[in-house]
Write a protein that binds this ligand. Structure first.
Ligand code: ADE
Ligand code: ZN
Length: 332
């Protein structure tokens, strides 16, 4: 089997995808029209031309503007359903999706509207495609600690539907330490913890995510390689990094995919996984990310299988399910 065939055949888990980042321009236009909301583009082509980012903030400005057309429960359902169709095509059999409630509640959309739409799509994806899923609620780190506490309060009635709490948005200038107390409360309430760190921010932010937020996974974390003590810690603790190659390329975290460190991290023994982040904005879903790194870094079949195995090991599914999927991969 060649590498392209193997990538398609491997069952995979996605652990780093923002559901608002799967919003394809065609669906954005359709929902904007039915909700009678103006968007600053005349055509799908014009939207795509605007996706010309030079850093994280230039992307986030456009990403939050796009999410403004989501108003009704059905809008959140349609958004998630379209993503599940991509999962089915790419043989993603399990996904742990981020959602950003503050992007919606700050516009007057109820927390329940967001989560009920997403949950209904998750149930239908299980029934129709056999895809399992979990939801991870993220705090927007450019907003205040107080706003994060309010969001956590709103999430408590839906505790059984949210596996973990995460931290995203503008990284530099908003270190994990800013949210130490709200993450302590989230842990007390029984949520697992993840956080974006070491995407644009320095290795110190990864240390803080580990020591202050007590994360179960680091999202991105690619800048950890700049600190050898941190690398030793990640390797010792088998701490997963949810790496997003096409995102790193689009947001100029790396200049060329040939410069991406995911293969080196894997070879050094870091528990790296492959993910799509915001696939509608960054040029591809799960398999496109695998194809891009395979081509640029010449990954062999054993490395590709290891990345797929890592995705299940780092996921929040039961040990029994992990073993089932890993056995499937080993049979290929
Ligand atoms: N929100 C959506 N995508 C993100 C990313 N790559 N980093 C931080 N926040 C985000
Ligand atoms: Zn992300």
């Amino acid at each position: 089997m060649n590498q392209v065939e193997l990538i398609r055949a491997l069952p995979k888990a996605e652990l780093h995808v923002h559901i608002e980042g799967t919003f394809e321009p065609e669906l954005m236009f359709a929902i904007a029209q039915r909700n009678q909301i103006q968007i600053p583009y005349k055509s799908v082509e014009e939207v795509k031309q605007a996706y010309n980012f030079h850093n994280l903030q230039s992307f986030l400005d456009i990403y939050y503007a796009g999410a403004n057309v989501l108003v009704h429960e059905q809008d959140f359902y349609d958004l998630a359903w379209a993503y599940f169709e991509k999962c089915a095509e790419d043989h993603v059999v399990h996904t742990e999706m981020f959602f950003d409630p503050q992007t919606h509640t700050d516009r007057g959309v109820a927390f329940s509207t967001v989560i009920n739409g997403l949950k209904r799509a998750c149930a239908d994806a299980k029934a129709k495609f056999g895809i399992s899923s979990q939801l991870i609620m993220c705090f927007l780190r450019h907003l205040s600690e107080e706003a994060a506490f309010e969001t956590l309060e709103q999430a408590l009635p839906f505790k059984q539907d949210i596996i973990a709490v995460g931290l995203d948005s503008s990284e530099v200038g908003h270190p994990p330490a800013k949210f130490e107390r709200v993450f302590a409360k989230a842990r007390e309430e029984g949520f697992l913890i993840v956080a974006h760190a070491g995407e644009e921010g320095p290795p110190e932010y990864v240390w803080e995510a580990l020591d202050l937020l007590k994360v179960n996974r680091i999202d991105h974390g690619v800048r950890s390689e700049e600190d050898e003590h941190l690398m030793a810690r990640l390797i010792n603790e088998k701490m997963p990094l949810t790496v997003c190659p096409l995102s790193n390329l689009k947001l100029c975290v790396v200049k060329d995919m040939k410069d991406h460190n995911i293969r080196r991290l894997l070879q050094k023994g870091v528990h790296v996984t492959v993910n799509s982040d915001d696939p509608s904005y960054f040029g591809g879903y799960m398999n496109d990310n695998f194809f891009a790194i395979q081509q640029a870094l010449d990954l062999n079949n054993d490395e590709l299988k290891q990345l797929a195995i890592n995705s299940f090991e780092a996921s929040f599914i039961s040990d029994e399910e992990k073993q089932k999927w890993i056995a499937e991969i080993q049979k290929i």
